[in-house]
Every structure is written in C-alpha cells, then in structure tokens.
Design a protein around this ligand. Structure first.
Ligand code: AMP
Length: 612
C-alpha cells in the first residue's frame, strides 16, 4: 500500500516543497491503484478482526475476500448495531466489533431516537484523520501559491464531552482531534500555522474561545492569508460575534490588555504573547466596523485573505450569499468530506465553484461500497424509509472503482474501528474520476429536511414534534389543518420556521402564550443536536411558528400544480426551500410567535444519568 508521507520535526529541516510533492504523489498512487488499495484495506480490516464477535456471529470464518464478505455480512444502519454499541458503552471490553480497544466514542450529529449516534473509534484512527488533513494544503498550494508565507485564521472549537456508564469518553470527532497530540503537539508546519493559539481553541467556554480567537486574528490581521471554520454556519457566527463585540476587542488592542470576561488563565497567557497595544490598528478596526455596511468586512479587516475555507456543500449552501457578501466574493473553498464514522475524501480542485465541488474518496481511509439510489424509490424524501435491504438490494452494492458517472449512490463503509457495511446516510453523485478513484458531488443527507448548523432534522422527528405541540391547541377546539417548515438563514443565527394553517372550531381566541408553548414543545421534542445548538452553542435561534390564513395550503398546491406537479400525487411538502413558495407563505402570514426560552439540553445521553 502506498506509504503516507511523514511530518518532519524542526523548522530548520523543513522542506515544504519536497513534502508537498510527496503528498501529491501519494494521492496519485492511491487513486491510480484504487482497487488494489481497497482490496488490501478490506483484507487488513477483516484479518485483524477475524475473531471479533460480530463477524464470527455472521459466520465469516476468517475469510478476508470481498466476495465472501459481501455474501455473508449484511448492510446495516446504526439501529442494527446499537445493542453492541450499548454493551461497549456500558463497559464490555471484549472484542465485540473490533479487535483493538475502543478508545472513545465519537458523537455524530446524526441521531437515533433523538440522541447522537455513538461511533466507536480506536487510537490509530487519529493517524488516518491526520493523514487526510495533511493532504489539504499541498493540494491547495497547487492553485494558490505562497500560502506558507502567512497564517490561517480558523475559528475552531471544542464541544462538551460526556462519559459513558462504562467510562469511555463520548465527544464529537473534532473535539477528539483538537485534544489529541496530533493537533496539540503538531510539529512546525507552515500548512498548519494558525492565528489561534491552541489554548484558545481548547478553551471549553465558547464565548472566551471565540473572543480570544478573534482577538488573535485581528492582532495578526496582515499575516492572515486564508480564513475559515469547519462549516459555513460557524464562520458566519464568528462574523456575527465580531459585529457584537468589536468595541471590546478594539479596546483590548488599544490598551494591550485582555477583557476581564476572559478568565481562563491559559487563554490569557497565550493571548498575552500576541496582544500588544496598537492604537493604529484599534482605530483602523473601529473605523471599518462602525461603517454602516459590513459588505466585504473580511477583505477590509484581513486584506491579504485569498479565500474562505468552509464547507458550503450540502445544506450549508444556504449560506453562500451571506459569505459572498461578507467576503466580497472571495473564493469559497470546500476542502474535505468527513464524518464521525470515517474521514472520506478531499476536493482536488479547491477553487471550483461551490456547486461543482467534488470529493475524491481516499482509498486508504476505509473500505467503501455504494448502494445505487434511484430517485423517488422511497430512499430519498420519504417518511417510511426502508431500514434494511432485501437480498436483491444487498447485491446491488458496487465497489469504489465500479461506480458509474452521473449515478447517485448511498455511501456504505467498513472501517478499521468496527463498522462493517455501515450506511452513512449520505447520497453522493459521481462527477468524474481522478485516475481510478471516483469523485463525488455531495447531494444530500438522506431524509434531512431542516438544518441550520450541524443539526439534522428529518421528517419523522418534525412530525412527532408537531404532534406533541398541537396538544396545546386542544382546549381551544383548534386543530392543525396543514403545516410545512423552512430553515430561515436570513437571521443570524438561523432558525426553524413552521407555517401552520389552523382549523378553528371554538370561539375562545388562542392567546400568544399558547403558541409560544407550542414553539417550546417542538424544540423540546427535537433531537439532542438541535437542542445543543440552541442551548449551548447558540448556533440556532428560537423556533418560530407563523400562522397563515385559511386556504394558504390550497394556494400552495395550486402553485405546485401550475409548475407541473401532478394533482393526484401532490403531497404537502414538509419543508420548503423554493423562494417563491416561501414568499407566498410569508405573504399570507397573519401572526408569528417565537420560542420564549431555550429547550432543555444536557450533555451525554438521556439514559446515562448525565452526572459525569
Ligand atoms: P458528523 O458525523 O456529525 O461528523 O457529520 C458527518 C456528516 O456531515 C456527513 O455524513 C455529511 O452528511 C456531512 N458532511 C461532512 N462533510 C461534508 C461536506 N464536505 N459537504 C457536505 N456535507 C458534509
């Protein structure tokens, strides 16, 4: 298998050109030999794990070849392995899924039963994640030269972690990565030279973390050549924070002292090394931030910025106009595609338009299979999603090198950490090939209707939440005739909007507080990732219910039919995105109500008492 390039240790013997060349050669090698690499990856995974309970139970009997594996091992979803995951979470250390010890759980933003899914991981996976990161800058350097001459201003954050009853840490994959030695003790490398000191990234208090990262970014504003965050929503949150807090930040830069609200001593110590009194800079920032328009604020404050590095594929594409506005149309660069289950691939043409982004899956990361997705066959956008595949469907899965250009597939992975033929839930379309390795457009996450940040709400969750809320209307003899929803990202942070059309039979008017209770009940019924976004990260604003005039949903149907929808098959969409439809709904809104407070949220899982 091609050997991944290693990091050098000291700045003095750092040869960036050579290192980048080796990295690009690695990509050439693994994509040219994609099928051979995939075969070896599967053999390696299956031979090491030949004795794990899961594979033994399925009767794989030590076979490591693709044919036997595909014949014997079923394609699964999270729910199928949840009992095994629960045993591991409860402290069973026997080799259930993986022969190597499970080092921690990664809490996915995908949920099951309203709780984050728990993805097992092993220590060595950190190396694979680190490898994928190491591919990004050499690729970027082919298109934007000179990035090694300055820094990246990236807003990176850790999130809260919990312990399972068996004592394993459960936390998001990025939190795990930033806390690992791969990130904390990374050797000098111009590719990972950031304006944010590690202490500011690792600060658990999100206000202090954001404040100090912005402060350091402002102090080093001329050195900044690229800016970013993981997802577009996170970057916009940082700009919003700056809008609110620039007077304090300017004050710190003017005086060379750190605001008293920053109490974390390690953060203060790290920032002190960067912050020096600078009247000129403070005046400059103040002048720019007090202008009426914030258009182009990124290029104004960080004038050497060449691109914005954020994911804007998938649901994050809703943020493109806002990013264009703040960055004066700088290139929006989506570098990678990854998940808690596994890191998948990189974008080899990072300067392409967001709508054309494709990710090349790196064949060493895991063993990949692809389940063909036929639009309207019930896999996408349907409430009744078939959970398990029949025998015929199981045989339809194809290997990495056998996918067909233009065809859509659901990604299925077999990882080193104990997931076998696991359906990730993402739908991808083949956009082209890099040597033998396919490149995929990210199409969507199956079934997700609403998303603002990393929350992913599906139709079933929404339906249940609405059902719970309408109980508040019973005493008023009112029922919900129809509803739909919209992810409104014109507000910062964005928020969910529900359009409700009511049938009113009673005579008592419904007081606003009842609708507010409805908002809160919906929020309380949504999954834990949504509630964490509301409560802890404040990345999602209060949910809004808009009451529309009677007859609005008939108008909506008329409109859909005028656009060619079949009258027989018309179903009210449970989420709308198309601007004219949103406008129609807004124009017929008679009143609107917001959730008066945050719903309840606690770290960890419901069933874990949350004392840890
Ligand atoms: P998580 O498991 O919480 O880390 O979320 C992983 C999911 O985020 C993936 O399965 C995708 O649905 C989504 N995701 C990750 N990277 C990208 C990307 N580059 N473009 C679109 N969606 C992405």
């Amino acid at each position: 298998m091609p050997e991944a390039p290693k990091n050098t240790q000291k700045p003095s013997d750092y040869n960036l050109e050579l290192k980048n060349k080796k990295t690009l050669q690695f990509i050439e090698d693994v994509t040219s030999n994609a099928d051979e690499v995939q075969k070896k990856v599967l053999e390696e995974i299956l031979s090491r794990n030949a004795h794990v309970e899961y594979l033994q139970r399925h009767g794989l009997n030590g076979h490591t070849d693709r044919e036997t594996f595909k014949k014997i091992v079923p394609v699964i979803t999270y729910e199928d392995i949840q009992p095994h995951i629960n045993r591991i979470a409860n402290g069973d250390t026997s080799p259930i899924l993986c022969s190597k010890p499970i080092s921690e759980f990664l809490t996915s933003s995908g949920t099951s039963g309203g709780e984050r899914k728990l993805m097992p991981t092993i220590e060595e996976e950190l190396g694979r994640r680190s490898l994928l990161y190491s591919l990004l800058m050499p690729v970027m350097g082919q298109f934007v030269p000179g990035l090694d001459k300055g820094k990246g201003m990236y807003f990176l954050f850790i999130k809260s972690e919990a312990k399972t009853p068996g004592g394993l840490v459960a936390r998001p994959v990025l939190t795990s990565y930033y806390k690992s030695n791969y990130f904390k003790d990374r050797p000098y490398d111009p590719n990972t030279n950031y304006t944010s000191p590690n202490q500011t990234i690792l600060c658990p208090d999100s206000y202090q973390s954001m404040y100090s990262q912005l402060l350091c970014g402002l102090c080093q504003h001329k050195e900044v050549l690229r800016v970013g965050a993981v997802f577009a929503s996170g970057f916009i949150r940082a700009i919003r924070f700056l809008e609110k807090h620039w007077p304090l930040l300017c004050n710190d830069i003017r005086t060379g002292t750190i605001d008293a609200q920053i109490t974390d001593q390690s953060v203060r110590d790290a920032v002190t090394k960067i912050l020096k009194p600078d009247l000129k800079l403070a005046d400059f920032i103040e002048a720019e931030c007090s202008k009426d328009s914030w258009q182009g604020i990124i290029t104004r404050l960080w004038p050497n910025t060449k691109y914005v590095d954020v994911i804007v594929t998938g649901t994050m594409s809703q943020y493109i106009p806002t990013l264009d506005y703040y960055s004066n149309g700088l290139p929006l660069v989506c570098t990678m595609y990854a998940s808690s289950e596994c890191y998948f691939g990189v974008n080899l043409k990072p300067l392409c338009k967001p709508s054309e982004v494709s990710y090349t899956l790196i064949p060493t990361m895991a063993y990949f299979e692809f389940l063909p997705v036929h639009r309207n066959n019930g896999i996408t956008n349907s409430i009744s999603v078939p959970k398990s595949l029949n025998e015929k469907e199981q045989q339809e899965l194809v290997d990495l090198v056998d996918v067909k250009l233009g065809q859509e597939y659901e990604l299925v992975v077999t990882t080193y950490a104990g997931l076998y033929r696991y359906r990730v839930g993402d739908v991808l379309r083949v956009a082209g090939f890099k040597n033998k390795a396919p490149q995929f457009n990210f199409i969507c996450r199956k079934n997700v209707v609403l998303s603002i940040d990393s929350d992913k709400t599906d139709e079933v969750e929404l339906q249940n939440a609405v059902k719970n809320a309408v109980n508040h209307l019973l005493p008023f003899d009112a029922t919900l005739a129809e509803y739909t929803s919209y992810a409104d990202t014109t507000t910062i942070p964005g928020h969910y909007v529900l359009y409700w059309e009511l049938s009113l039979n009673g005579t008592t008017p419904i007081p606003p507080s009842i609708f507010e209770d409805c908002c809160l009940t919906i929020e309380g019924s949504l999954n834990s990732v949504y509630r964490q976004g509301r409560v802890c990260d404040r990345s999602i604003g209060p949910l809004e219910i808009k009451i529309v005039e009677p007859g609005t949903f008939d108008k909506l149907m008329d409109y859909a039919i005028s656009l060619g929808a079949s009258i027989n098959q018309y179903k009210t969409p449970r989420c709308v995105k198309f601007a004219p439809i949103v406008e129609l709904l807004n124009s017929r809104t008679v009143s609107s109500y917001f959730s008066p407070k945050c719903p309840k949220w606690l770290p960890g899982h419901k069933q874990w008492s949350n004392k840890n």
